[in-house]
Design a protein around this ligand. Structure first.
Ligand code: NAD
Length: 341
């Protein structure tokens, strides 16, 4: 019979599982030998009871890991919450610490995957290749409405120069852009490459394109709002591949309506939990904001796919298994979520 102690070393319960998660985690489990249990549903207070005899839970960006859920996880004997993503804004770390649950994440799986997606959004919005693709298939070879601008020589503001922001800055430097950056910590490698650190207000005022790469926390929530938008150049291009709530949705809709924002590329959305990673094509969407956003011709929305490359999914699986293995043998690991536990 299986005892509680060897269950602790063996079983991982995954929430918000997609078919590709199963493929990558099953493939790389060969070297680790965990028992894997996959649930398609999101983890929240209603779904938590699906798992039994599990000490390790593996969650993604939109799972709800608040104080209520953490208390129930602890009652069920959970000892480790393994995030298979970089951001950890959805986990109440204070509650996890109080419950004696350790939290780990995958801080850097492929910064290039996200940075390259941000660049793809810029190129699509600017050169309108999505429209050209459809147009020529209908034998419309006109160029009207497809006018773009040279990226070379433009000023790009990068907010947050961690792993992803740095990879992104290198890409836009390669396009011949001037790069201004804002981060609470300056990065010397960036400065050597010619990136200029400036106060955030200078970036708002001077940039032609702004790309957000900082985490979501109390100080960054709604950093793009009516007041910061007013400081920006007219026709600004804004790119957000970080977290939806960095942008105040009501204010960005208004700025798109009045033309302040000329281009908006978002891979993340403030109310994405109810929408993303699901096929809702037969449903009546109740979220009016997303419907309004997708009605703008100068808005490009992707559904949190910036991370989605073969290389990134490989690293996510390998790092998650390594994190969990190390935590089981009580090894201190770099990838624990640093705040408390
Ligand atoms: P990181 O921790 O390497 O870098 C974050 C940077 O932001 C750090 O340099 C930090 O100093 C800076 N920062 C913190 N607070 C700031 C503030 N108030 N103003 C400006 N800068 C601030 O993280 P990363 O790997 O570069 O990821 C960045 C974010 O991208 C993550 O927090 C996550 O939310 C998001 N992300 C999205 C996807 C996706 O698929 N769309 C995938 C991975 C990560």
């Amino acid at each position: 019979m299986t005892t509680k102690s060897n269950l602790i070393t063996q079983k991982i319960s995954f929430f918000s599982t997609q078919s590709y998660d199963k493929v990558f985690f099953e493939k790389y489990n060969a070297d680790f030998g965990f028992e894997l249990e996959f649930f398609e549903v999101q983890l929240n207070s209603r779904t938590i009871n699906l798992m039994q005899d599990t000490a390790i839970v593996c969650v993604f960006v939109n799972d709800v890991v608040d104080a209520e859920v953490i208390e129930k996880l602890a009652e069920n004997g959970v000892k480790i919450i393994a995030l298979r993503c970089a951001g950890f804004n959805n986990v109440d770390l204070i509650a996890a610490n109080k419950a004696g649950i350790r939290v780990c994440r995958v801080p850097s799986y492929s910064p290039e995957a996200v940075a390259e997606h941000a660049m793809a959004m810029i190129l699509t919005l600017n050169r309108k290749t999505h429209k050209a693709y459809n147009r020529v298939r209908e034998q419309n070879f006109s160029l009207n409405g497809l006018l773009g601008f040279d990226l070379h020589g433009k000023t790009v503001g990068v907010i947050g120069t961690g792993n992803i922001g740095k990879a992104f800055a290198k890409i836009v430097l390669g396009f011949g852009c001037k790069v201004l950056a804002f981060d609470i910590n300056k990065d010397q490698e960036m400065e050597k490459l010619g990136v200029q650190y400036e106060p955030i207000e200078t970036i708002f005022k001077s940039a032609d394109i702004i790309s957000l790469h900082c985490p979501l926390n109390d100080s960054t929530k709604h950093m793009i709002n009516q007041s910061s938008l007013l400081q920006m150049k007219d026709n600004i291009m804004l790119i957000n591949t970080s977290r939806g709530a960095l942008i105040n949705t009501t204010d960005i809709i208004e700025a798109l309506k009045n033309g302040k924002v000329g281009y908006l590329g978002i891979d993340v959305y403030e109310q994405e939990e109810k929408l993303f990673f699901k096929d809702l094509s037969e449903d009546i969407i109740q979220d009016d904001d997303i419907q309004r956003l997708t009605s703008f011709p100068n808005m490009l929305l992707t559904a949190h796919q910036a991370f989605f490359t073969n290389e990134a999914l490989t690293q996510i699986a390998l790092t998650t298994f390594r994190n969990v293995s190390d935590l089981i043998i009580k090894k201190d690991i770099d990838n624990k979520v640093a705040l408390l536990n």
